[in-house]
Design a protein around this ligand. Structure first.
Ligand code: FMN
Length: 420
C-alpha cells in the first residue's frame, strides 16, 4: 500500500494486536510502565524501537530538543528517569576568554511561554509555543556547570546529552570568523566532558535558529551558503578535541527551492557534519508578541514543510549517509514515523512536552514519562501501532521477524508526498 500523503487516522493492524495496545494504554492511564520498555515491545509486539542519535545507539527515537525544557539539572534527571533516548541542552551563546559574545543579541532573558492551538494552511490543527526569549541568558560558567552535571547523569544512566551552541557568524562575505569564541567555548565544553569521564566523543549541536532566519542576514543566500560550507571546518579546526558535530538547520524565510539548497549544501562531502537536525521552527515576521515584532512558530505548517523538503531531498539524504535527527511538530508516534520514513534516525521535540496530555495526574507519572507513554502506546497515534501498520502494509519486518524503527528509512516504497 503506497503512502499518498501525510499519515492520518488509526493504524490498520490485526484486531488482536490492537486490543493488546489498547490494554497497555489503559494501564498507562493508571500509571503503569514496563520494567524494560525495549524488551517488552520486542517480546510482546516484535517491535524494536532502538534508534540512533549522533552516531550512537539509543533506546528509543525520542529526545528533548534544545530549549526551555533542558535548562536545569532537574529537567535532565527527569528525562533520564522517564527513559528518553537523548536530550539537547539549551543553546549557549559562544564567548571568548574575555567574555565577548558576538551573538549576544541572542542571549536575552527567558520570558513566559504561551502554548497556543494553531491551524496550519492544510486545515490540520496542532500546537505552537510563543515567547520572546532566545539563547541561554545566565552565565557561561553556569552553563558549563549544567553540562558537567548533565554529563554525569549521562554516565550513570546512558541518556545521551548534547550541548548546543550558537557561534559567531560573519555578517558579510568578507568578514572573518571570530575563532577565539569558537576555541574558548569548545574547549570549555570539552573540559566538562572529560571531567565527567566522557568516553565516547563529545556531541555538539550548532544551532542556526529561526530568529536568525528572520534576521536580515538570514535572507542573503550567498551569505548562508558561506556559513554552511565553512562552518563544519571552522568548528573542527577550533579544537583539538574530536567531536560528533551536528548542524541544526533553520527554515529559510522564502521559497522551497532555496530550502532544498540549504539541505543539499550540508550533505556535500566537502563540508558535511556528522549529523543534521532538520529543521527548526518557521518565522512569522508579521506577528507581534509582547511588543516584539516577528516570532518563531511551529505546528502543522512546520511538519508539512519539513516533510516536503525531506521528501524532495530523499535521494541525496539516502546517498549521503549523514544521520538526520528530525524536529518540528512531532506530536505523536505517527508523525515520528513520517520523519522516520524520510530518513530520520531520531526525533527531538519541545512542544509535545508542554501540551495537555490524556494521562491524569492520578497516574503519578512525570510529565516526560506521560509524553513517552503517549508516544509509544497511544492506540491511534502511538509508535507501536504505526510500526505494526508498517509491517502489515509496507513489509517492515527483518529476517528475525522484528519490525524496527531503524528499518523505516530503508523501505522501498513511494515516499510520503508531504503538502507543499
Ligand atoms: C520555547 C522554545 C525555546 C527554544 N529554544 C531553542 C534553543 O535554545 N535552541 C535550539 O536549537 N532550539 C530551540 N527551540 C527549538 C526546539 O528545539 C525545536 O527544534 C522546535 O521547537 C521544533 O520542535 P517542536 O515542534 O516539537 O517544538 C526552542 C523552541 C521553543 C518552543
Amino acid at each position: 500500500m503506497p503512502i499518498q500523503s501525510r499519515l492520518s487516522g488509526s493504524p490498520d493492524i490485526d484486531s488482536g494486536l490492537l486490543k493488546l495496545i489498547e490494554q497497555d494504554w489503559i494501564k498507562c492511564l493508571k500509571g503503569w510502565w514496563p520494567d524494560n520498555l525495549n524488551h517488552y515491545l520486542i517480546t510482546k509486539y516484535q517491535v524494536d524501537i532502538t534508534a540512533r542519535y549522533a552516531g550512537q545507539s539509543i533506546a528509543n527515537p525520542f529526545g528533548k530538543a534544545s530549549g526551555q525544557l533542558t535548562m536545569n539539572i532537574g529537567q535532565i534527571r527527569e528525562s533520564a528517569q522517564a527513559g528518553l533516548g537523548f536530550v539537547v541542552l539549551k543553546t549557549l551563546i559562544a564567548q571568548n576568554a574575555m567574555g565577548h559574545q558576538s551573538m549576544s543579541a541572542w542571549s536575552i532573558p527567558e520570558s513566559k511561554m504561551q502554548v497556543e492551538p494553531i491551524t496550519g494552511q492544510s486545515g490540520r490543527s496542532g500546537w505552537t509555543i510563543t515567547w520572546k526569549g532566545r539563547g541561554w541568558s545566565r552565565s557561561f560558567e553556569d552553563y558549563i556547570q549544567l553540562c558537567r552535571d548533565s554529563f554525569e547523569i549521562s554516565m550513570e544512566t546512558g541518556l545521551i546529552v548534547a550541548p548546543s551552541v550558537k557561534f559567531h557568524l560573519p555578517a558579510n562575505l568578507d568578514e572573518k570568523w571570530y575563532i577565539s569564541e569558537y576555541e574558548y567555548t569548545l574547549n570549555a565544553l570539552a573540559k566538562a566532558w572529560q571531567g565527567a569521564g566522557g568516553q565516547s566523543l563529545l556531541i555538539v549541536e550548532k544551532d542556526f535558529s529561526p530568529t536568525l532566519a528572520g534576521d536580515q542576514l538570514g535572507k542573503q543566500e550567498k551569505l548562508i551558503e558561506r556559513w554552511l560550507t565553512e562552518i563544519t571546518s571552522v568548528i573542527r579546526n577550533a579544537t583539538s578535541e574530536q567531536l560528533t558535530l551536528g548542524i541544526k538547520l533553520f527554515n529559510f524565510v522564502g521559497d522551497h527551492e532555496y530550502q532544498n539548497e540549504i539541505l543539499r549544501i550540508c550533505l556535500d562531502d566537502s563540508c558535511k557534519p556528522d549529523f543534521l537536525v532538520y529543521a527548526n521552527r518557521l518565522f512569522n515576521p508579521n506577528k507581534t508578541f509582547e511588543g516584539v515584532a516577528g516570532v518563531a512558530y511551529g505546528g502543522p505548517d512546520l511538519s508539512d514543510r519539513n516533510l516536503a523538503i525531506l521528501t524532495r531531498c530523499r535521494p541525496e539524504t539516502t546517498q549521503s549517509n549523514v544521520e538526520i535527527s528530525g524536529t518540528g511538530d512531532i506530536d505523536s508516534g505517527r508523525t515520528a514515523v513520517e520523519y522516520g520514513l524520510l530518513g530520520c534516525s531520531s526525533v527531538q521535540m519541545h512542544t509535545i512536552f508542554q501540551i495537555p496530555t490524556d494521562i491524569p495526574a492520578s497516574a503519578g507519572l512525570s510529565r516526560t514519562r506521560k509524553t513517552l507513554a503517549t508516544l509509544v502506546f497511544h492506540p491511534v497515534h502511538g509508535l507501536t501501532g504505526w510500526l505494526l501498520h508498517a509491517r502489515r502494509h509496507w513489509g517492515l519486518c527483518n529476517e528475525s521477524g522484528l519490525s524496527k524503527w531503524m528499518g523505516l528509512k530503508d523501505l522501498k516504497m513511494q515516499p510520503l508526498e508531504a503538502a507543499d
